[in-house]
Design a protein around this ligand. Structure first.
Ligand SMILES: [Fe+2]
Ligand SMILES: [Mn+2]
Length: 268
């Protein structure tokens, strides 16, 4: 999509909440089985799995990746597994394994016991990676709810999910509209060195990928009502005001410190 110039290796795909790095397609926060938690909140939605699969399939047909990285929160229920997840996650992995040569999962905080959902015949093709980071040639990948391993900071780009980033606008009726967005931030060396001691530091960019599932809700970066999630944020390691915000179509909205903050007038 060209406009996200800062990102050297990881390329967001225009209009889609996915990214690519060479022949790899990266999908974050599928939250398969979210219907059940929505139902507990009194919101009834039909089963989303087929819809999600169709959306993924369309992207695979366009991009023709060789590998897929599922960047965590593949499933929704914490703790444990719902009957729906038990049934549908093996089917999803089978479906994906027919399209690509390898599937890597960097587990999220919702993915306890996900290893047990990989069908035996897919043990070669589906790889459950280290929660503290999958490090490839050009970039590192993790869900973002844990501190990564030290080597992650040797890379120029670190991709995480977990926050489900959105940006809030006020429409003409003074309603707040949230749109999914990409965040590209710099990490600060000082708090990270306080945590790790001596490190190989390549001034990595922290790229935050939006959630693939559009029913998850998210954290509004310009109008947060919750705090940002994960140790990078909790430790003050992210240059938040300087972070750059892009819509899914590639539109650059500016740095977070310069964006308007619409006021949420009636809190739920
Ligand atoms: Fe998530
Ligand atoms: Mn998460």
């Amino acid at each position: 999509m060209g406009k996200i110039r800062e990102m050297r290796y990881i390329k967001p795909v225009a209009e889609k909440p996915v990214s690519i790095l060479d022949e790899k397609l990266i999908i974050s926060d599928l939250h398969l089985g979210i219907e059940r938690s929505l139902e507990e909140e009194g919101i009834r939605v039909p089963n989303q799995t087929d819809r999600l699969k169709k959306r993924i399939n369309k992207i695979i047909e366009e991009i023709k990746p060789e590998e897929i990285i599922l960047l965590g929160d593949v499933k929704n229920q914490v703790p444990g597994l719902s009957w729906q997840e038990r049934k549908e996650i093996p089917l999803l992995l089978k479906f994906l394994s027919e399209k690509v040569n390898k599937i890597r999962i960097t587990p999220g905080n919702h993915d306890g016991k996900i290893g047990g959902l990989v069908p035996d015949e897919l043990n070669e093709k589906v790889c459950i990676e280290d929660t503290r980071g999958l490090i490839l040639d050009k970039a590192a990948f993790l869900h973002g709810h844990t501190w990564p391993k030290k080597n992650v900071f040797k890379k120029e780009e670190i991709l995480i999910g977990h926050n489900h980033p959105v940006v809030s606008f006020e429409d003409e009726f003074e309603r707040i509209i949230d749109e999914r967005c990409w965040i590209e931030a710099k990490l600060k060396k000082k708090p990270i060195r306080e945590k790790y001691g001596e490190i190989d530091w390549n001034s990595p960019s922290l790229i935050i990928q939006p959630a693939f599932n559009d029913l998850t809700g998210g954290i509004s970066f310009n109008s947060p009502s919750d705090s940002f999630l994960g140790p990078f944020f909790n430790s003050g390691s992210v240059s938040l005001k300087e972070s750059k915000i892009y819509l899914l179509d590639g539109t650059y909205l500016g740095k977070l410190g310069q964006l308007n903050k619409p006021e949420r007038k009636c809190e739920r």
